[in-house]
Each structure stands twice: as C-alpha cells, then as structure tokens.
Ligand binder design. Sequence first.
Ligand SMILES: *Cc1c(COP(=O)(O)O)cnc(C)c1O
Length: 422
Amino acid sequence: MEAGIQTGQGVKTETREPGKKAKETWIEEGEAAFYKTYNRFPVVFERGKGLYLYDTDGNEYLDFYAGIAVNALGYGDPEYTSHLKEQAEKLLHISNYFYNPPSIEAGQKLLAAAEMDKVFFTNSGTEAVEGALKIARRYGYNKSGGQDYEIIAMKNSFHGRSTGALAVTGNDHYQEPFKPLMPGIRFAEFNNLDSVKALFHEKTCGVILETIQGEGGIYPAEKEFLEGVRNLCDQYDALLILDEIQCGMGRTGTMFAWQQYGIKPDVMTVAKALGNGVPIGAFLARGKAATAMVPGDHGTTYGGNPFACGAASKVLDIFQSRNLTDHAGQIGNYLWERLEELKNGYPIIKDHRGMGLMQGLEFTMPVGPVITNALLEQKLVLISAGTHMIRFVPPLIIEKADVDQMIQRLLAAIESCKASWQ
Ligand SMILES: *Cc1c(COP(=O)(O)O)cnc(C)c1O
C-alpha cells in the first residue's frame, strides 16, 4: 500500500481491522468519484460519539467544528437518535399536498422560538435564503407591479451557493465565474450604516444580512447598525431579512442572535443546527411579510417532510428540556475567557471576535495549511472562516472541561508550527 497523502504523523495502521479499506484507498476512490469542488482534509471519518469523531484508522478527534455549526447535540445523542429510528419506521415523505403531524409540530415550536407568524420548511440553508429573497421580491411586486425589486446585501457576506443566494453573497471570488447573476442587488458595507443609507431608495424591497457574519470571518453586527437598518426598512417600507443560518439555534445564548439586539426582522432564515445533521432549513416571516406570497408562488418536493421535520421538532424539544441556549451562553463566556488568554500570549493572534459559541481567532497570517494541519495532527477538528481566522462553532453540549481540553490541543498545535512564522 502506498501512502499518497502526507499527514505529518504518518498513518497509524495498527488499529485498523484486518481487511478494512485503507484511508488512502478511500481518499483515492473519493477523489475519483466526486465532482471536484472541494479540497478536503486527508481524514476519513466513520463514526461519532458525543464530542468525539473517529476515523477509519481508529483515531479519536475532539470536534469543535460540529460539521459547520450543525451538530448542536454532538454525535449519537440517544434521545434524538431513537426518535429518528421511530419516525423512519412510521413515515418518511408524502409531499406538501398533504398534512403531516411532525411538520405542524416543528412549525409551531419554531414559530414560538422565533416570534414569527409563518414558516416554510426547506432542505438547506441556501433554499431558505432563496425563499426569503422571493418574499422580498413579491412584497415589492405587490406594491408596484414589479418596479420595487432592489435588494441591498452586504459585502463580505455568505448566504449560500444557489444562484439567487450567490447573487447576495458579497464575495467576488464566489461570484465572478457565474456572472451575470440575479440583477437588482446592491452591496453595502457591513456595520456601516451610511453605506446602507446611500443605497436605499423607493425601488428597495428588502435588505439581507447575517446577524453575525460567519464565513466572512465572525463579525457580529453592531447594535446601532442593526437598529439603523431596521429604521431604514420601516422608512422605505422594505423587508429586513436576517440570515440566522449559522448564528441561530441557540449558539449565541439566545435562540436567535437578533433577540439580543432589541429589533425584529420581517423575514429570517434558519438551517444548520435545526436538524442536528438531518438536512432541513426554513424561512419564517412576520406581519406584512407573512402574507406576501400566495399559493402557487413557491414549493418544494422534499421540504417539510415528516422525517426531517420530526428531527427538527425533537431538536427543539431537547433545546428546551436541557436548557441548551442558556448553557451555550454560559460556556460561551468561558470559551471567551480562555481564548482571550491565548490571544494575549501570542502576538500572531491579532483579534478575537464573536458571541456565545460562535467565536473566531484572527491570525496575522493565513491559517491554512500550516495551522489547520497542525490542529488535525493534535486530533482537534477546527477549521478556518475566511483566510486568517480559526472558527469555533462547537456542539452546544460542551462543558468547561471540554474547552480546557480543546485549548490544550490548540496550544500544542500553535507551538508545533511556531517555526513557520518566526
Ligand atoms: C451555511 C450558510 C448558508 C447556506 O446553507 P447551506 O445549507 O449550505 O445551503 C447560508 N447562510 C449562512 C449564514 C450560512 O452560514
């Protein structure tokens, strides 16, 4: 067998069961099969338990990444898993032309948590964003018959990879090869109210922004900025869409991050942690936005199916019964303290930003591949957001001791690649 990939520590073959496919073989076969749009790390994960992931060689990794802020309950939660099994045996899918109890229950619970009036379930985050954009367009259309179609989005944002969501993603690198994209989008500077004000006019039907920019490098919205955008939307009768796909679902210490700002969106999107790994997203609307679209305007085959909605319904129950939102806020404070200590000890750490269990450390140099590889060598799953930032979006069930364990491995990783920045 040839080791095609360098892992730094070499491949530990001794723990692999006899006859089991080697990691390198999996990677080669994966590369042969997949349409190449990702550069993957040379790790093949096979199973998870709690906060730990296990690769095909039996190595154990501490996970502070949670599959990009998805696995809020960690891996293999018994209550959640047994619910999935039960629902799988009952009913998976029937289409939206019929009612099903799990979707109604998930809808009621999500609306209550989000203080919204209406919900539409999707299969992903990007589809939730598509639906939210259609509400804004429809709202403008209802007023003027198609004149008020402009949407203001933010530079450095991320809203997904489908073409509508890509059109509001303020990142040239992602957009350029796919132009021309959906017209009528104008980009303002995040946290710069004047730049938003300058783009507003009668044609504006909506503004979309992340309450905390995630992929762009963990930038929380400032309170005055969000209040100001809310006021502008009211003044011009445009809809405020908040994308809570990454920062929502309890991660910041409230169910949704905007609930700490004293304002309310007209439309919001949620996904990632909503299904704890079962693909599901949603867009929710309130007041005048809740009736903008009419039957026939929007649809989905899978969205809202009883299996995915049963998962979301159970996740929402568990959030309540285990008080996970408060827990995330408290542990988030502890993570903040520990990361501040770390930042103060290393001049290569330039900044530390975030809220609750959504934090990032910004380095003075790109974190990939040297630091990201060193983290994996320390058996710590943590990856970047933007080029210079390491992102911390762990499962919400972590305890202080897990934070300590993570810091220990992170320190070891930073120390191990010290030579490369001196
Ligand atoms: C991940 C993400 C999306 C896209 O969600 P997908 O499920 O990957 O389509 C949209 N907005 C934000 C803020 C995200 O973090």
